[in-house]
Every structure is written in C-alpha cells, then in structure tokens.
Write a protein that binds this ligand. Structure first.
Ligand code: ADP
Ligand code: MG
Length: 241
C-alpha cells in the first residue's frame, strides 16, 4: 500500500527526517510513537505532499506508483487521506459544505453526520469555536466521507475528552475496517499517538519509534508502548532493536 525508501525531508532548509524506510501492506495499521519535535507530523505531511516539506532524497510509493513528485490533490484523489494534528479554522466555509465535497456522490454526508450526532455542526464554520473533541470528530467524519484507501492520523486523541474518545475510536475502527476479519481488510493506516489511548480501540499490527528524524525501533506496538512507559524514549537510543 505504502512504501517509503530512504526519505530525507527538510523544512525551510532544516533537515527534519533523515533516511526513513517504511512499508505498510494493505489491511495493516501501523503506529508511530516519538517525543515532541522528532518529526512525526513532518512524515505525514511529506507523505501527503505539502510543498513546505521538501523531499531532498528518497522516494514514496503509494499503490505501487512513485508519488514523490505528485501534487497533494492527486495523492488525495488516489486514496490518501490525512487528519491533521491541529486542523485549521476555515472562516466562511460551512462544515456541511466541506463534508459534501469530501463525500462527492459516494455517500450521503447528512446521514454520516446523523450517525455520529454531528448534524447540528453542519451549518457552522469549519472548526470555528469547536472544542478539541468536536474538531477531531469533524476531521474524522471528513475522512469517512472521503473513504481513503490509506489513512494518516496525526494524534487523533489529542484534546479529546473520554466521552468523545469512544466516538473517535469507533470512527477510526470503521475507517480501518476493524469490523472485518483481518484478511478481508484492504485499508491501511499510519497513526501517530503520544498516549497510546487510541490503541484500545484498534488492534494495530506494528509500531515504530521516531527519534530525531530517524526510525529507531520496530515491533509489536503494545510491547513498544510498555517499554516507552517503563524506560522512556531515551532508552531507545541505546537499545536499537
Ligand atoms: P512531531 O510531530 O514529532 O512533534 P514535527 O514534525 O511537528 O514533530 O516537527 C519536527 C521538527 O520540525 C521540530 O523541530 C519543528 O519545530 C520543526 N518544524 C515543523 N514544522 C515546521 C515548520 N512549518 N517550520 C519550521 N519548522 C518546523
Ligand atoms: Mg506532531
């Protein structure tokens, strides 16, 4: 589904990612851990192709095609979807209109909104005055409407209270077809989490730790989370499993 080869990314001339290698097969969900400033968001932004994130070396393949030079909208059209860590507020754009644009003629955005108790937000401007949990719900509903083959989620649980966390977990489970048996799933995910809370709602296949722009570790995501809790990220620089 997604393959990244020796990816180096700079922002404003500063090297942030230093040789990332990663492969995510269809139907698998991978988790990206790492402390603040290590380059996690940068990796998702580079996969999505935002021009500020300059690929200085390496390649990104999606569905077998080299997308390293493709503009963002074409990546989205191919089936890459992103939920931002800090989504922008869009004054003058109604949430219902952006949901409708994401849905096209695939699904009824009104019934999607109704299913997740979101109808009363449709007439409001995107994210304007929304709580943290409402912003994340709005982001994830846009993704559901878009129905991407691969979802990139940047800290979907940040700023979300426990009550909303359940809904957020449920939507992510639906995005990643967690209701199906493993070999019947074809959607993939790459999810950044700080807390690991979201892992209670999805069973992830693999985890990584990103430290200072390099992937240091790969393995069972629950094991990795336990190790981070017990030993902290600093231990990763020594361990290098
Ligand atoms: P993480 O998501 O792991 O917390 P980021 O990818 O957001 O880390 O940031 C990695 C590094 O790149 C940080 O040092 C951050 O300050 C820097 N950075 C991120 N975005 C920008 C930007 N738009 N302009 C300048 N520096 C940035
Ligand atoms: Mg981040």
């Amino acid at each position: 589904m997604l393959k990244i080869e020796d990816l180096w990314v700079s922002i404003d001339g500063r090297e942030v990612l230093k040789g990332i290698n990663l492969a995510i097969p269809p139907g698998e969900t991978h988790i990206l851990f790492g402390k603040n400033g290590s380059g996690k968001s940068t990796l998702l932004m580079a996969i999505m192709g935002f021009s500020r994130y300059q690929v200085t070396k390496g390649r990104i393949f999606f569905l077998g095609q080299d997308i390293t030079q493709l503009p963002t909208f074409e990546r989205a059209r191919m089936g890459l979807g992103l939920s931002f860590q800090r989504p922008p507020t869009l004054r003058g754009v109604k949430t219902g209109d952006i949901l409708a644009a994401c849905a096209g003629d695939r699904v009824s955005y009104q019934s999607l909104a109704a299913a997740y108790d979101f109808t009363r937000f449709l007439d409001r401007e995107v994210n304007y005055g929304f709580s943290g949990g409402e912003i994340k719900r709005s982001e994830l509903l846009q993704l559901l409407a878009q129905d991407p083959k691969m979802v990139l989620l940047d800290e979907p649980e940040s700023g979300v209270d426990l009550e909303n966390l359940e809904v957020v977990g449920e939507i992510i489970g639906r995005l990643l077809q967690k209701d199906r048996r493993r070999h019947h799933r074809d959607k993939s995910g790459l999810i950044i989490t700080h807390t690991g809370f979201i892992m209670d709602y999805i069973n992830a296949d693999r985890g990584y730790i990103l430290l200072d722009g390099r992937l240091l570790c790969s393995g069972n995501p629950q094991d990795i989370l336990q190790d981070i809790k017990r030993f902290g990220y600093e231990e990763c620089t020594r361990c290098r499993r």
